[in-house]
Design a protein around this ligand. Structure first.
Ligand code: OAD
Length: 250
């Protein structure tokens, strides 16, 4: 079997890097589905990550997301985020599409990151959907289910919700449209640290493949591949991506 070599990244005219929680794991941000440490192994998404959950108990939901936001604020980009930002400077064109709600790609130096599942850093009103620009000064740095009343919208006094996509909600339309255009246009897609279980984002590697792109998966587990233009690299993103970058630099 031919191993994928990073030199091929430099030859591509448009590289898409599609990331999931695994890319931030080495920064200390928990993933969702990894055994023992995954958020959905320890918390019930039905109680914390749906619009109904927020209606029922806004302080519980807001407190939990403020705990997650405090973890992100304390974290730093790892060598996978940094390698992706460096790669963007090396190749002709690179688009980052992420399912992550942290800002570690941006803090590593990436621009124009497409956030398919929203962001912990862009809260908005649950009632009128206007962005909330005030300070949310009661960060929760405890995992213990501490409740925090969400702030109120300056315009309509509605409750402010986290700017993330919850189960049962559609992806932000503009982000999804932009992502699809990039994926259809790219000739090489790196899919990094995602279980590929959440639709429609999970379709991205398949769409790239069907449009003729080379697809490279980076994950702790082997991914199933279709044909000679798809590769599975097994290991930590923070180790594999810097290695690919070194190869691309040769
Ligand atoms: P998951 O937790 O489902 O998957 C993380 C993947 O990263 C797994 O396949 C792990 O094997 C892999 N992984 C873990 N550590 C890694 C490392 N250091 N290097 C490389 N790979 C590693 O997370 P996502 O696929 O991002 O959605 O989950 C998709 C969506 O499900 C999330 O965006 C979130 C969640 O519900 C919403 O909140 C809407």
């Amino acid at each position: 079997m031919v191993e994928f070599q990073g030199q091929r990244l430099r030859d591509a005219s448009h590289v898409v890097v599609f990331t999931g929680a695994g890319v931030s794991a080495e920064s200390g941000i928990p993933t969702f589905r990894d055994a023992l440490t995954g958020l959905w192994e320890r918390f019930d998404p039905a109680v914390l990550a749906t619009a109904d959950a927020f209606r029922k108990d806004p302080a519980l939901v807001w407190g939990w997301y403020e705990w997650r936001r405090s973890k992100v604020l304390a974290a730093k980009p790892n060598s996978a985020h940094l390698a992706i930002a460096e790669l963007a400077r090396l190749v002709t064109r690179l688009t980052v599409i992420t399912q992550n709600v942290d800002d570690l790609h941006e803090r590593a130096g990436c621009h124009g990151v497409i956030h398919l599942h929203g962001s912990l850093h862009s809260p908005r009103c649950f009632a009128c959907a206007r962005p909330f620009e005030g300070a949310t000064d009661q960060l929760n740095d405890h995992e213990d289910g501490r409740r925090i009343e969400p702030p109120r919208c300056r315009h309509c006094n509605g409750k402010v919700r986290p700017g993330v996509v919850w189960f049962g909600e559609s992806l932000p339309e503009h982000a999804w449209r932009e992502a699809l255009a990039a994926v259809r246009d790219c000739d090489l897609l790196l899919s990094v640290g995602t279980s590929g279980l959440v639709q429609p984002a999970a379709e991205i590697p398949r769409i790239a493949r069907e449009h003729g792109a080379v697809v490279v998966h980076v994950n702790l587990q082997r991914e199933s591949v279709h044909g000679e233009r798809e590769f599975s690299l097994i290991g930590k993103a923070a180790e594999i991506l810097p290695r690919l970058l070194t190869q691309a630099n040769k």
